[in-house]
Every structure is written in C-alpha cells, then in structure tokens.
Design a protein around this ligand. Structure first.
Ligand SMILES: [Zn+2]
Length: 70
C-alpha cells in the first residue's frame, strides 16, 4: 500500500494514491494526474520471459555448434 500523494493543480490539494481513479484521474475534479497508472500487462512480461528463454536456447545451440565445429 503506497502512501505517496500527487498534487492536483485544479483542486490545489494533495490526492492520495489510494484515491486516484484507475484512469489516473483526480476523484474530485477528474483531472488526469497520472498518464501511466496501469501495471505492465501480463502478456508483455510473458513476451520478455519467452525472449530470455529463446535467447538462452539459441546461445546454448551456438555453444553446441562451436563445440562440434571448432
Ligand atoms: Zn482535482
């Protein structure tokens, strides 16, 4: 649970993170306080994990190729 606050220019008041809407807007006036409040999408994380596994596999293949060709 975060305790940080974001300043709202329209309300001239601090808005606690817990009160900011899912869209990153002020609950009082609706002004956008945060552009990116959404967490990283799961499929993006999955893509990174897949890339790491794939690159690791290719590196492993590369080492195997070197062992047999050097
Ligand atoms: Zn506001």
């Amino acid at each position: 649970m975060s305790t940080t606050v974001t300043w709202c220019e329209s309300c001239e008041a601090d808005v606690p993170d817990s009160e900011i809407t899912d869209e990153g807007a002020c609950p009082q006036c609706g002004a956008l306080l945060r552009d990116e409040r959404r967490p990283v999408p799961w499929h993006f994380k999955l893509m990174i994990v897949a890339s790491v596994i794939y690159l690791g596999y290719r590196a492993y293949q590369g080492v195997g190729w070197l062992v047999h060709h050097v």
